[in-house]
Write a protein that binds this ligand. Structure first.
Ligand code: XMP
Length: 185
């Protein structure tokens, strides 16, 4: 048994993913030509995407990571705890490119963007691997995105279900039995 057995269908193959990232890397490169910037990868989901993306951007950049957790019910209200890695990552006056795995309701990136602006970032742009545009609950459109995806739960290429499947090299939909076995509809 391998993780592949749990996948009902592949939505984006490794080849498709890499050509989508090539396109977005060219867009990012053009946007930041001649400007210093920091790529901020939102953990854990975006680490696979971010590492493929930055290797296709041939201009200077810095790399940082953050983990965000909301401690209210509503991240839009900005009740967000942010931990940077490294802890002293410079925000004030920096151009930041927030990189995330998937934009769903948009609440996480919306709140993060607002908080980083409040901390003095000069400019905050967003780059997402997948965009579930139909699910958006806040007014946020990503500045860069690789692919749009419908309203279904997907795993692989950094995305997990119950902590698993991040290491699949493609994006796929899980078999129904996997959700059922985990007690989810
Ligand atoms: P919001 O709603 O704030 O949430 O945009 C974004 C986060 O929700 C998770 N998410 C998913 N994770 N497959 C996943 O593995 C999915 O289909 C999915 N949809 C949303 C993810 O953590 C993302 O960063």
């Amino acid at each position: 048994m391998t993780l592949h057995n749990d996948i009902e269908r592949v939505l984006f193959s490794e080849q498709q993913i890499l050509s989508g990232i090539d396109r977005v890397a060219r867009e990012v490169t053009a946007a930041y030509q001649g400007r210093d910037f920091t790529v901020v990868s939102v953990l854990k989901g975006s680490c696979v995407f971010a590492s493929d993306l930055i290797r296709r951007i041939p201009i200077p950049l810095e790399l940082a990571f953050l983990a965000a957790s909301s401690y209210g019910n509503n991240t839009v209200s900005g009740e967000l705890e942010i931990n940077f890695f490294p802890a002293g990552t410079e925000i004030d006056g920096r151009n930041l490119l927030l990189v995330d795995d998937i934009l769903d309701t948009g609440r996480t990136l919306y709140a993060l963007k607002r908080e980083l602006a409040r901390r003095g970032a000069r400019d905050v742009k967003t780059c997402v691997f997948l965009d579930k545009a139909a699910r958006r609950a806040v007014p946020l459109a990503p500045d860069f995105r690789c692919f749009e995806v419908g309203d279904l739960f997907v795993v692989g290429y950094g995305l997990d279900f119950a902590g698993r499947y991040r290491n699949l090299p493609y994006v796929g939909a899980l078999r129904k039995e996997v959700f059922a076995a985990a007690g989810q509809p």
